[in-house]
Write a protein that binds this ligand. Structure first.
Ligand code: TYD
Ligand code: MG
Length: 445
């Protein structure tokens, strides 16, 4: 590296600076600056001619989709992979990204050549896994390679019907000086693979390892380049895995596909709701919440445990729910419902390892907390949803009807919902509309 020709680059968003900084002024990430050679700007560029036409003159885009071999994954993607679409699969090491993609390759290799490029594992290791998973195909080509230029050559000569790149952090371009995994390299690799896939009309999955802090190397840069971002989540030591669509140019976000990790790899779970509430604790502190970030709701069990505080500073711990949101709800419960938890430890857990980010879960969490505190069970045939505002008011949420439909499908008879929520009578669910959190508590306890 020629000295004196370096820049400091934020490894999260790619922001460049002449000096090191503790916090990135662009994306706010701490401790993200690394020194990289100054010449490391994107080497590769494409020139394209664009047409300038009135809106009516444009023909509607028609996506040609191909199946991944997994119905739930196809549905989450909006009906399968679009030709030339590049999907980033992000997840922690050991979560099952390589396993899932090898299985997808095994399924799709029935219809054409599939190229699996691995910079992480040797050909022998992948073959071992394939045999264990019962995957056998002449069409499935494994290429253990880390040099981007060679990968590009291979893609051009094979012209596969699906490409897998495992992982974007291990592959590097020889045209750049910085090491594999740096933000410049990750961006270059993702950009060039994406351009190549568009040119050849090849759909691709790119694996992105998530660091311990929970971010992909160069996550923001990567997200902009690819067409879709799928987050692979789940507890490492349990068997369920949730694939969540967090970005999709060819479909909606929030869609999920659930899998189960077993001896023979990942198995799709066709009815996630049944799966998530199957081991439900019918006890105080447990509430069923119809979760809907995407168009397909899933029933989840929200659990809470409220016990006398162990230390002077009471604990608030959550799993799958934002702890700040919990603190806020506890404050609202105190002010608006005279329910005091200031001398109690409060735990909230979304069973099944799902992360719930939507505010529609507020009312269910509040009810779970009160249920545990009062040691009174919520009727087992009842689901709860609604956003809770700072004054204790319960606000309407989207996808209300779909949520109720899912609850009805699983035999639930009553639903505590925001006032104004409507549902067709054929769902067979009695609505209990509430406009304030205290109303919900009065109704249930
Ligand atoms: P892997 O797919 O390599 O994860 P990633 O690519 O995300 O790092 O490994 C997933 C884990 O799953 C690994 O710890 C071993 C386990 N596993 C099974 O339980 N059953 C199986 O059939 C396979 C192939 C792996
Ligand atoms: Mg892997």
């Amino acid at each position: 590296m020629k000295k004196g020709r370096t820049a400091f680059v934020c490894q999260s968003c790619g922001y460049r600076s002449v000096k090191w900084m503790g916090r990135c002024p662009s994306c706010g990430e701490w401790n993200a600056f690394l020194e990289e050679p100054e010449a490391e700007r994107q080497v590769f560029r494409v020139e394209r001619e664009s047409k300038l036409l009135p809106v009516d003159a444009w023909e509607e885009e028609r996506y040609e989709r191909t199946s991944t071999g997994y119905e739930n994954l196809d549905r989450a993607l909006g009906g399968g992979l679009v030709k030339g679409q590049v999907c980033l699969i992000a997840g922690e090491p050991g979560i099952g990204k390589s396993t899932l993609l090898l299985q997808v390759c095994g399924k799709t290799a029935k219809d054409g050549k599939v190229l699996y490029v691995s910079g992480e594992e040797s050909g022998g290791q992948i073959a071992m896994r394939a045999r264990r998973l019962g995957i056998k195909s002449e069409n499935l080509l494994i290429y253990p390679e880390v040099v981007l230029e060679k990968v590009e050559q291979a893609v051009r000569s094979v012209k596969p019907s699906l490409l897998v790149l495992d992982s974007v952090q291990t592959v590097f371009s020889e045209k750049l000086e910085s090491s594999a995994g740096s933000v410049s390299q990750v961006r270059e690799v993702a950009y060039r693979i994406t351009e190549l896939c568009k040119e050849l009309n090849v759909p691709a999955f790119i694996v992105g390892q998530i660091t311990k802090e929970g971010s992909i190397a160069g996550p923001k840069v990567l997200e902009h380049i690819v067409d879709a971002v799928l987050q692979f989540e789940g507890e490492r030591f349990t068997y369920y895995r949730v694939l969540k669509v967090v970005k999709n140019r060819f479909g909606s976000t929030g869609e999920i596909a659930v899998f189960k990790m077993g001896e023979r790899g990942l198995e799709p779970v066709p009815e996630p709701s049944a799966f998530f509430i199957s081991e439900r604790a019918q006890a105080p502190g447990s509430v069923v919440f119809p979760h809907a970030e995407g168009s397909k709701p899933v029933l989840l069990e929200v659990q809470s445990l409220v016990i006398p505080a162990l230390y002077t500073t009471p604990q608030r711990r959550t799993q799958g729910y934002d702890p700040n949101r919990l603190s806020l709800l506890l404050a609202v419960l105190e002010k608006e419902a005279k329910l005091f938890t200031r001398d109690a430890d409060v735990f909230v857990n979304v069973a099944g390892g799902m992360e719930v980010k939507e505010p529609a879960a507020d009312l269910a969490v509040a009810v779970a907390v009160v249920s545990s505190k009062k040691e009174k069970q919520v009727p087992p045939d009842t689901v709860v949803f609604g956003e809770v505002g700072l004054a204790g008011e319960v606000r309407a949420v989207h996808f209300a009807e779909q949520r109720l439909k899912e609850a009805g499908r699983f035999g639930f008879k009553r639903a505590v919902v925001p006032a104004g929520t409507e549902a067709p009578p054929e769902l067979g669910i009695e609505l209990l509309p509430v406009s304030h959190v205290s109303e919900a508590l009065e109704l249930l306890f």
